[in-house]
Design a protein around this ligand. Structure first.
Ligand SMILES: Nc1ncnc2c1ncn2[C@@H]1O[C@H](COP(=O)(O)OP(=O)(O)OP(=O)(O)O)[C@@H](O)[C@H]1O
Ligand SMILES: [Mg+2]
Length: 368
């Protein structure tokens, strides 16, 4: 298996002015599972295709195991790529679909058989080897596509949204299968998705992309706990982090954030931001919904809190409910217990755990 390193890789498609991806620098260590996540058009497929050799790199370099792959053709890169649209050969059965690539590479019949059977066992396809693709379910077809990649025993696997054609239940199952497969194969894998749940649950590390640039590369929970900027903060998490503008003011009790209807005392030294507009963010689960009106006995002694809030809408999800609230002119979402019983139009008290508040400067970057 192999390390994959990109150094300032940039792609400008012919006839285009703006780069599809720019200055992509990342290192995927041997046996790592890196997930690249970002909205449609941010450049995920372009990066994979450059690694696979299907797109030329306009500037920068790509290394596989410390060797530049500049000028190395896709077939000599020893990479297998699984796409969202994994066209199987319709006239071939499952066995032949999986064997085809090896046959083209002139492997012996016995070697082919051994590899196909081994992959079929891993993927639970043993009983389907004689079937043609049209007689398979979507999930089974997807597993055959995976099998085609596995039999090649490549140094690197690239996955381009391979689960997006599957229904929600099957996706969850295939997600787990892929993670298990990664452990069994001890392979280097790069997996592209626009689904942040897939990213969080599958990756040992995650690269978040926006508009052709990497925003942050980190372990899943670090991304969640310490997003480097507003984009990552709003992309990772469902519902996303609440982001509100506020001005920084100094009060006798310390630095204070003032937003529409909210005033929060902060423990951090925000002297550099006095009088400036910044953005503060808080996760839905860090809002406490307190029933019984705005005046909670024993509430914290800081400006304004707890706050009187109005319930605008309630989304029951079972284990929890998303409660959309307004305080003054500020609107945000809180995660409450699934059986909280809150009703639209009700007035409640809410409070915030200020140690869990994230701050972003005018440029959107995290303030430490
Ligand atoms: N062959 C091409 N010629 C010109 N522009 C292209 C080409 N392929 C992609 N692009 C542009 O490059 C940018 C990145 O595209 P890319 O396919 O890498 O995005 P993506 O993140 O994979 O999106 P999606 O999630 O929709 O698959 C987009 O703006 C796209 O329009
Ligand atoms: Mg794509």
């Amino acid at each position: 298996m192999a390390n994959v390193t990109l150094k300032r890789a940039t792609k400008i498609y012919p006839g285009e002015k703006t780069p599809a991806v720019q200055d992509i620098t990342l290192e995927v260590k041997d046996k790592d599972f890196l997930v690249m996540v970002g909205p449609s058009g941010c450049g995920k497929s372009t990066i994979l295709r450059m690694i696979a050799g299907l797109e030329e790199v306009t500037a920068g370099e790509i290394y596989i195991d410390d060797k530049s792959v500049d000028g190395v053709s896709p077939k000599d890169r020893d990479i297998a790529m699984v796409f969202q649209n994994y066209a199987l050969y319709p006239h071939m059965n499952v066995y032949k679909n999986m064997a085809f690539g090896l046959k083209m590479r002139r492997y012996s019949k016995s070697e082919i058989k051994q590899r196909v059977i081994e992959a079929a066992q891993m993927l639970g396809l043993e009983d389907l080897l004689d079937k043609k693709p049209k007689a398979l379910s979507g999930g089974e077809r997807q597993r055959v596509a995976l099998g085609r990649a596995i039999v090649r025993k490549p140094r690197v696997f690239l996955f381009d949204e391979p689960l997006s054609n599957l229904d929600a239940k099957l996706r969850v199952q295939m997600r787990r299968n892929l993670v298990q497969l990664h452990r069994r194969l001890e392979a280097t894998m790069i997996y592209v998705t626009h689904d942040q749940v897939e990213a969080m649950t599958m990756g040992s590390s995650i690269a978040v992309l926006s508009k052709g640039h990497i925003q942050q590369i980190d372990e899943p929970l670090n991304l969640y706990d310490r997003p480097a900027n507003k984009f990552v903060a709003s992309f990772i998490g469902s519902p996303p982090m609440n982001l509100l503008s506020a001005s920084v003011q100094q009060e006798p009790a310390g630095f204070c954030l003032r937003a529409n209807g909210l005033s929060l005392k902060m423990d951090k030294d925000l002297g550099n931001y006095l009088g400036k507009e910044i953005t503060f963010g808080f996760r839905p689960e860090d809002v406490q919904c307190l029933s019984g009106g705005p005046s909670r006995p024993g509430g914290p002694s800081r400006p304004g809190g707890p706050f009187k809030a109005r319930v605008e809408s309630v989304e029951p999800l079972g284990p929890k409910s998303n409660i959309y609230l307004t305080v003054g002119k500020s609107t945000f979402v809180a995660a409450a217990d699934g059986h909280c019983g809150l009703k639209v139009g009700e007035e409640i008290a809410v409070d915030f755990d200020c140690s869990k508040i994230h701050l972003f400067d005018e440029g959107g970057c995290r303030i430490q």
